[in-house]
Design a protein around this ligand. Sequence first.
Ligand code: DAH
Length: 358
Amino acid sequence: MSFDEKAARPIAELVAAGESVDALYAELLRAFETERGGVRSDDALKTFRDRWLGRKNGLLSATNDQWLKLAPRELKPQVGKLQNETRKRVEGDLASLQETLAAAGRKRKAIDVTLPGPRRDLGARHPVRLVLEECIEIFGSLGYSVAEGPEIEKFFYNFEALNFPPDHPAVDEMDTLFVTDDTLLRTHTSPNQIRIMEAIEPPLRYVVHGKVYRNDAPDATHSPMFHQLEVFAVSESTTLGDLKGTLEYFAERFFGKGTKTRLRPSFFPFTEPSAEMDVTCPFCAGRGCRICKQTGWIEVLGCGMIDPNVLRSAGLDPDRYQGFAAGFGLDRFAMLKYDINDISLLYNGDVRFLRQFR
Ligand code: DAH
């Protein structure tokens, strides 16, 4: 007979069958101790407590009913004493078991401050992105809006509307990558001058940036894909003075205080007059060094007053409106700013290089 069955019988019956009261309680306690050893979780503890102390079906309720209450008068004192001791023992053990489990739980959750922390890899912004953000910040402070345009562009926007004659050598010189006869990978961001002027009525001030493509053999200064930023302003009163002032302000903020600029006459089909802008070398402050090839100056961008033909292509009346435009390579700016001597470093994805730009 299991002790569960015994607990459900009147004590007189068990004694008649040869059991002793002491042995019965001893057996009960041994069973309790054995089961207690298997309790390792809060859930198991709850089941265990119900089994032993449950008001209705608990084992100690059963012995209270069957053994103590039904005990013949001569056994009562002995049974009463043992029942009482056993209950105290069970209650005490359950309480300390609960405390032990709770402490173990706290220990599992506790943070060991001597362990190394979890490693959290922070991304780094790409140097071209950093330069772009800085340019946008500077032109933004002058009231310029920011836009992007399509990388696959129509021949019309990339060349024709920008006043390139159909047989202009630039179409070849720019090493254009054609997609179809009249679509191509844009070779510069200038087509966005037309797109913006078509869409937005002047006065307007825009910065348009993005990837451009040329079928160039890659070397330390050439990549078949690179980034340009186009900045332009159109209104009824925009002048060459505005162009100069804007670019001087930009150069000093981007390349550092004291940076001087100079405009050299140049030629672009879409501007008239056209110029290239040099800045005093940011590495030697104009004294002459390896980077500026001892000249003290570095060429940084192309610019000019938007050609009347370009305004006309975009549907604007050149007798009413005038504007200036400038364009430059963000990759080149990044290389100048961070003294990077090989453009391929920007694109081969080596994290040891990229990680330096937090
Ligand atoms: N689009 C020219 C290029 O990629 C750069 C340029 C020159 C842009 C003069 C301009 C400009 O807006 O006025 O070589």
